[in-house]
Design a protein around this ligand. Sequence first.
Ligand code: NAD
Length: 296
Amino acid sequence: MAKIAFIGLGNMGSGMCANLCEAGMEVSAYDLSPAARDTAADAGARVADSAEAAAQGAEMVITMLPAGSHVLDVYFDTGRVGRAAAAGALFIDCSTIAVEDARQAHRLAAEAGFSMLDAPVSGGVAAAQAGTLTFMVGGEAGDFARAEPVLAAMGGNIFHAGGAGNGQAAKIANNMLLGVSMIATCEAFNLAEKLGLDAQTFFDISSKASGQCWSMTSYCPAPGPVPTAPSNRDYQPGFSVAMMLKDLKLALGAAEGNAADADFGKAAEQAYQALADAGHGARDFSIPMLKLKGEL
Ligand code: NAD
């Protein structure tokens, strides 16, 4: 069994690390936060006092960090993971970061004699705890095969999206679609209500017609039709406005850098930016529904 280092034990990483331990894997873990380290120790990980110490002799290093700058720093700069890991180790970054940062990480890893996968996830904290995340993986096919049994201990669906950075590309394109579709779903429910249809009636029709989408059937922004949706608990996340905004900014940065028009993505970004600026960053990203109804 590969010796695994896990760095970044926050909302997502703590559950993922616990699932690796639960599957019987030997995990050495590190986070800047002492409380996060204690939680990992309780879950069965051996806790180290630096990223470098956690990675000492590791054959796989998994990271779950806030942004690309943290990832590059931990592997190749002050974190010194790239000096501590075993020769030929596989680095698996599960954070959501810019495609360009991911490709830079692949380049630096290859130069130093390591393998790298970008493996961002979809599913949120509940899926991280339950071990049902979806992984979108970019990198060499052989490295993907090597990582698959480890990813399977943390996730359900595991997709190989192609070469370096393609996992991040899949993630941000998907989440741009999600942001746009959520706002469009809110507008449709609001229009239907203004025209005299209650939310349940519109849901029953549209969920079986061509407007059907995940934002409607799994996460309905109007309270009622989907009991598990955040709209039924005062729009507590779920997936926050701040997180959607982060992913939209990554998507639009990539769109701009690659001459891909994304006018509706841009409109969604502006809408979520306005909500964040108004102090609603911590609420669920289905909250444009309240804004349209004049309740914000
Ligand atoms: P978080 O802020 O809860 O956790 C990040 C952890 O990284 C923190 O515990 C922090 O102390 C640690 N950290 C930061 N710099 C470090 C360093 N140099 N060395 C060691 N530890 C360090 O964030 P999260 O919600 O767990 O998200 C992690 C990543 O997963 C992000 O990239 C996010 O976009 C992505 N993501 C989050 C969700 C979600 O629902 N929370 C869903 C999908 C993807």
